[in-house]
Design a protein around this ligand. Structure first.
Ligand code: ATP
Length: 247
């Protein structure tokens, strides 16, 4: 990455026909930052994230991710990011080890690097004796940690996590956040969407999207001060009040 800015967008907009899903958003994310991307259902988070990952072309506006232009260098962006979806993106009918190898191969790693990195992941997750187990047979908490490891095997500059903790119990979620912190302390930038407002407290900064626009953006502490709220849940309710989209 050229400098310490991992993500930078200016006036990013996406229209589907006459409907504006993402409406003129601008923000920057520092290298190594954990950036929470919040918003009610339909606010435009996924649409914005797809543009940042080089998967969808903006109607207008500009931006860079890991130093690459989101409109002109989508292929480079794909090589320098990791992505973990809500469904953990793993193949249930493949073993733990086969899943890691598959992702690493897609990300262009050499056989030797895959072997070394897989061994490191198994050690770190204490999963050495599970490498031959089918993913469908391992508990959800392991699946989640494995999916994160698969998405970051190639040491991407930025990892995008789309509701990575959906449907997972609080203790497992906490453990998952320890992995996020470790990745960030090693310089990886983490861009994460979540519906759990307690998790918003773990982020360095939070943006709250309402009806396609960013309505609030700051650290959890500053947002609570600004809105006179005790929790992020309260901040969210104040900011999202009057939203036309969502439930
Ligand atoms: P959720 O939390 O439910 O995933 P979100 O904030 O990610 O919500 P998006 O999926 O980005 O929201 O959707 C934003 C709006 O854009 C929604 O009203 C959605 O119906 C609309 N939308 C998304 N993709 C398309 C598309 N391909 N064509 C038309 N409308 C779309």
């Amino acid at each position: 990455m050229k400098n310490d800015i991992a993500i930078s967008v200016r006036g990013l907009t996406k229209r589907f026909g006459g409907f504006t899903a993402v409406d003129d958003i601008s923000f920057e994310v520092d290298r190594g930052e954990i950036f929470g991307f919040l918003g009610a259902n339909g606010a435009g988070k996924t649409t914005a994230m797809r543009m940042l990952c080089g998967l969808s072309y903006p109607t207008s506006g500009s931006g860079t991710v890991a130093g690459y232009d989101i409109t002109r260098q989508a292929e480079e962006i794909k090589r320098h990011i990791g992505y973990m979806s809500q469904k953990f993106s793993l193949y249930e009918e493949l073993t733990v080890s086969e899943n890691l190898t598959l992702f690493a191969t897609i990300y262009g790693m050499t056989d030797r690097a895959i072997k070394e990195k897989s061994a490191e992941v198994f050690r770190m997750l204490e999963m050495e004796n599970m490498s031959g187990t089918l993913v469908k047979d391992i508990p959800v908490g392991w699946k989640q940690k494995l999916a994160f490891s698969a998405a970051t095997m190639h040491s991407p500059d930025v990892v995008f996590l789309d509701e990575p903790t959906g449907g997972v119990d609080p203790l497992t979620r906490r453990k998952f956040w320890e992995m996020i912190y470790r990745a960030s302390s090693e310089g990886m930038t983490v861009f994460v969407t979540t519906h759990y407002l307690d998790e918003a407290e773990y982020c360095n900064r939070i943006s709250i999207m309402v009806d396609g626009r960013i309505k609030a953006l700051d650290s959890p502490q500053k947002l609570k001060e600004e809105y006179g709220a005790a929790t992020m849940d309260e901040v969210f309710r104040i900011v999202a009040k009057g939203a036309k989209r969502g439930d």
